[in-house]
Design a binder for this molecule. Structure first.
Ligand code: UTP
Length: 288
């Protein structure tokens, strides 16, 4: 399989980040100076994706406005000789091909994915959840795509989590493996610690095949009337081989307050223009 399309779901309510997400979708909140959605799009592009479909809530196309030319701003930056900033602003306009897909109501992640059925058609595609932000030696999605293409099968991102974190995630059951690639035999959404089949949690990057749409379309709504992606993935694993890939790198839970702060600090300490000042500040803070 060859993966060239990505779906980014950005139509959730973002209740954990209220009131910041009341007017501004949480996907626009920045990692330092770059909206989370841009960080995710750059990961997609660096993984070979060219066509990006963004699932948005009605009227919330602001998420996509970020990738449109800002004529007046660009003219002003040129006039004032701020050419480096101008270059970085212009680059955003040409980074990829975008299409908005509307989710009329936030009926769950599975329902959001299902809205992309017509635009994806019969091709495999990447699914990206922008509240998971990655800092990896090679883009997380690129690692997954390589595994999916090599095995001609769908692949989900896996992260080993602390036992206390297990009830927050979808946890997989796997065949034994000596590499980063695991064949999945089952999964449970948010299990109790003592009922969990492993400590490997599904994170927000997937390479999926189009049969997931049929499974989502026939899935019964679960808790809160939401259509769960995990249920459809479980059905997919019964039909064909489904893999998990324990990616190399760090992941931040950007939809969570502490994760949001951790991302600012983590990425800040890696920025040559900011690291020294930030480190000095953190040292003073910890010493006091
Ligand atoms: P989350 O459950 O983490 O996001 O969904 P949320 O519902 O927006 O946030 P909280 O939990 O209320 O704080 C994971 C991803 O799926 C998208 C979200 O935008 C997020 O990127 N999503 C979720 C949708 O697009 N539509 C939905 O109906 C639900």
């Amino acid at each position: 399989m060859i993966v060239t399309k990505a779906v980014i779901v950005a139509a959730g309510l973002g209740t954990r980040m209220l009131p910041a997400s009341k007017v501004i979708p949480k996907e626009i909140l920045p990692v330092i100076d770059t909206p989370a959605i841009q960080v995710v799009v750059e990961e997609a592009v660096a993984s070979g994706i060219r066509d990006i479909y963004v699932v948005v809530a009605p009227g919330r196309t602001i998420v996509l406005d970020h990738f449109k030319p800002a004529i007046e701003l660009e003219a002003m930056l040129e006039e004032r000789g701020k050419l480096e900033i101008l270059e970085s602003v212009r680059r955003i306009n040409t980074i990829a091909q975008f299409t908005a897909v509307e989710q009329a109501k936030p009926l769950g992640l599975g329902h959001a994915v299902l809205q992309a059925r017509d635009v994806i058609g019969a091709e495999p595609f990447a699914l990206m959840l922008p509240d998971d932000i990655f800092d990896c030696p090679r883009p997380c999605l690129a690692q997954l795509i390589e595994a999916a293409e090599a095995n001609d099968a769908p692949v989900v991102a896996l992260l080993q989590v602390a036992r206390s974190e297990i009830p927050k995630y979808g946890i997989v059951e796997t065949k034994p493996s000596r590499s980063r690639l695991y064949e999945l035999t089952g999964m449970v959404e948010k299990p109790a610690i003592d009922k969990a089949p492993s400590d490997l949690a599904i994170m927000g990057r997937y390479v999926l095949t189009p049969e997931i749409f049929d499974l989502l379309a026939t899935a019964k709504p679960g808790a809160g009337g939401e259509i769960q992606l995990t249920d459809a993935l479980m059905a997919l694993a019964r039909r064909r081989k489904l893999y998990g890939y324990r990616f190399e790198g760090v992941r931040y839970d950007f939809g969570d307050k502490v994760g949001f702060i951790a991302a600012q600090v983590g990425f800040g300490l890696k920025r040559p223009d900011l690291a020294d000042r930030l480190r000095a500040y953190l040292q003073t803070l910890l010493a006091s």
